[in-house]
Design a binder for this molecule. Structure first.
Ligand code: AMP
Length: 484
């Protein structure tokens, strides 16, 4: 799960400042690496491992000039997290094109073996973006390459859709313009915006609307499933519907990934989480259990905890204090390292637990490491009862579209009923949202007709082309990534 932003500024402008402002706004989508490619009179790049503020320094601003730019923050799902895999990628020849994406190519290994293998083309990285870039650039080149017209981009996007499977929202630049496309099923988010300054009109495409907000752009609209955008030298946005598949945006974006101040497909993530909390509050009421307080696991569960508490007529309290300087726990090499770092990350406030029946609310339970630790800490702090609540349903199936969810074997809910999960996590009771309530809650918050990709909960993959081999390949990548 990554984040991107691409900018087409007025002639003579420099897009780099907006790109960096945008990348900082979506740092939550990837803290592993960051990169920017700009175009003034040629491509200039700066990429590196680490956070945006660590990778970019003032000296790079002088070099990264130009009115066209694309930037990326990485959360590795394919590849071993090496610096050769840091996006954006670009080619100077046979066509000048730079590209970044968010998502996962499910037939990456297959393409590497067949489409590229048979032509004796060796990929230079383990990043699946490389196959999208080559297929796209190859099609552009066969169209003549220069100058790029909207129909050339349409043909290239169609070629990508025909060959490359999975979920991938893509942004990029050529020397003449900016392009973007959303994957055939619209699983990954992508939104287009515009602003006018004395210098002229600026266009931006980003993963989340919050990027546009903070960089001063007004939201124009989300791209639809299978839709592309090209803005060339005429500076007019050209939208073309290339695919014809149903729109199935990822529901986990609303649960965990996106910032609460983002709108995805015209649905407020904040409103969605509020509604998810209300629904879970009502579900808790139906259990007949009594509680004294709702305590969120920071950060994502905060919004839902407030409404859950409201419904239950209970206080919502900050029982855990998060140290935001401890890095990501989720992809630590083993469970012991993960547990230690969760403890270092979240420290309790005894007064909120002592002698109380507490509801500890998290957005999701994956391997159960966080929940197990939270329950243990709550008991150490003297809680009388610990009820664990998740405002999403049990996670049971690996995400093959770019969210690092772990492999099937690691899901705590796999093969266990709720009582067994509670026992396994040491809780007095475990309450999950149902799939129906989750979908209905997110719909209530925005576009009432949206259908979602909910494969990680229900096991139905909207692309309908997932093979056992793809699952095995992706699981192997994950294991390799967490071992290195
Ligand atoms: P676990 O400790 O393995 O059960 O993971 C659950 C915790 O990780 C929750 O607190 C979530 O907020 C967080 N989480 C859920 N999904 C992801 C993900 N794909 N990447 C990183 N963190 C996640």
């Amino acid at each position: 799960m990554c984040g991107f932003i691409s900018i087409f500024g007025p002639a003579e402008s420099n897009a780099i400042h907006d790109v960096l402002t945008g990348l900082l706004a979506i740092q939550h989508r990837g803290q592993d690496a960051a990169g920017v490619v700009t175009f003034g009179d040629r491509f200039q790049a700066k990429k590196g491992l680490g956070l945006v503020r660590e990778v970019f320094q003032e000296k790079h601003m002088q070099r990264l000039r130009g009115h066209l730019a694309v930037g990326h923050v990485r959360y590795p799902t394919v590849g071993l997290g090496e610096d050769t895999d840091v996006q954006p990628f670009w080619l100077d020849y046979p066509v000048g094109v730079a590209m970044a994406h968010n998502g996962n190519v499910t037939n990456f290994h297959d393409l590497r073996r067949t489409y590229f293998g048979q032509r004796k083309i060796h990929l230079g990285s383990n990043c699946d973006l490389e196959v999208v870039l080559y297929v796209f650039a190859d099609a552009l080149m066969r169209r003549g390459g220069h100058p790029v017209e909207v129909d050339d981009v349409r043909v290239a996007v169609k070629e990508v859709f025909d060959r490359v499977k999975g979920a991938y929202s893509v942004v990029g630049i050529t020397g003449e313009g900016m392009y973007a496309f959303r994957d055939p099923y619209g699983i990954k988010p992508i939104i287009f915006g515009r602003k006018t300054t004395p210098e002229g009109t600026w266009y931006a495409v980003a993963s989340e609307s919050v990027v546009l907000d903070v960089a001063g752009y007004e939201v124009v609209r989300d791209l639809q499933a299978g839709e592309m955008l090209w803005i060339g030298p005429d500076r007019v946005p050209h939208f073309v519907q290339v695919g014809d598949k149903p729109h199935r945006p990822c529901i986990f974006e609303y649960i965990y990934f996106a910032r609460p101040d983002t709108f995805l497909d015209r649905t407020s993530v904040y409103e969605a989480r509020m509604e998810l909390g209300r629904r879970l509050g009502r579900a808790f009421q139906r259990t007949g259990l009594q509680a004294d307080v709702v305590i969120p696991v920071p950060e994502s569960a905060r919004t839902a905890a407030q409404t859950m508490a409201e419904v239950l007529g209970l206080p919502c309290r900050e029982g855990f204090v998060k140290n935001r300087y401890v890095g990501r726990t989720f992809i630590m090499p083993n469970d012991k390292a993960r547990r230690d770092s969760i403890r270092a990350k979240l420290n309790p406030i005894r007064a909120e637990f002592e002698g109380k029946k507490v509801i500890v609310l998290d957005d999701s339970i994956v391997r159960g490491n966080t929940s197990r630790q939270m329950v243990k800490i709550a008991r150490q702090m003297g809680a009388e009862k610990v009820y664990l609540a998740s405002y999403s349903p049990p996670l049971l199936y690996p995400c093959l579209y770019g969210i690092d969810m772990s492999t099937k074997r690691e899901f705590i809910a796999r093969g266990r009923d709720h009582a067994e999960i509670a026992r396994e996590l040491g809780a007095d009771f475990v309450l999950y949202q149902t799939i129906e309530e989750m979908v209905d809650a997110v719909r209530t918050a925005g576009n009432g007709k949206l259908e979602f990709c909910k494969a990680c909960f229900a096991g139905e993959y909207p692309t309908g082309d997932i093979t056992e081999q793809m699952v095995a390949d992706i699981e192997q990548d994950r294991m390799a990534a967490t071992k290195c």
